[in-house]
Ligand binder design. Sequence first.
Ligand SMILES: Cc1cc2nc3c(=O)[nH]c(=O)nc-3n(C[C@H](O)[C@H](O)[C@H](O)COP(=O)(O)O)c2cc1C
Length: 187
Amino acid sequence: QTEAIKVETTIKVNLDKILIVYLSRTNNTKALAEMIHKQIGGTLVALELENPYPTNYRQIVDQVAKENETGFLPPLKTKIENIQKYEAIFIGFPTWGMQLPPPLKSFLKQYNLSGKTIIPFNTNAGYGIGSSFETVKTMAPNSQILEGFNTKGGIERDGVLFVMKGEKAQSTETEVKAWLQKIKISE
Ligand SMILES: Cc1cc2nc3c(=O)[nH]c(=O)nc-3n(C[C@H](O)[C@H](O)[C@H](O)COP(=O)(O)O)c2cc1C
């Protein structure tokens, strides 16, 4: 198992070479994506599906469990134009069933990210990233994967949806800044 590769020098990328792509259902990961975007700029893209997931929580949990079991890759409505031009790709997602959500598996399968730098970020209900960051690595074997960021988001099971506001938003923003400095991504 590969460890995250750490770079010695700051990775300097032009603004138009940064892509921030994310999946978000209850907007916690979206808020995190926007914080990263505010810090470093680039192109911000929400991943949308051709067939949206059910809004009902139990139904989506069951559907995702099935998709994970069968390896089904849901088709994406979002198309990234000129993916070749991006050098650094931030990939954001919630933890779903302790895994990388199927739409991100679709994304990594669909696009060739060889030679690019990938930076994962995540929100979860407190159980952590599960195997999600590992799956990013295995599905993008020829990319440089930097240390990811994760924070506690909502707990939809308990009716806790959007939490990235007030003090939580402030503390997360501070953590995001420190993380971006640590992984040495700058414009
Ligand atoms: C289908 C589904 C499965 C989930 N599975 C997990 C899980 O395994 N572990 C966990 O910590 N949180 C889990 N969660 C909670 C989300 O990761 C958490 O609420 C996250 O902040 C949601 O991000 P979002 O607001 O960007 O959609 C799950 C949520 C959904 C909808």
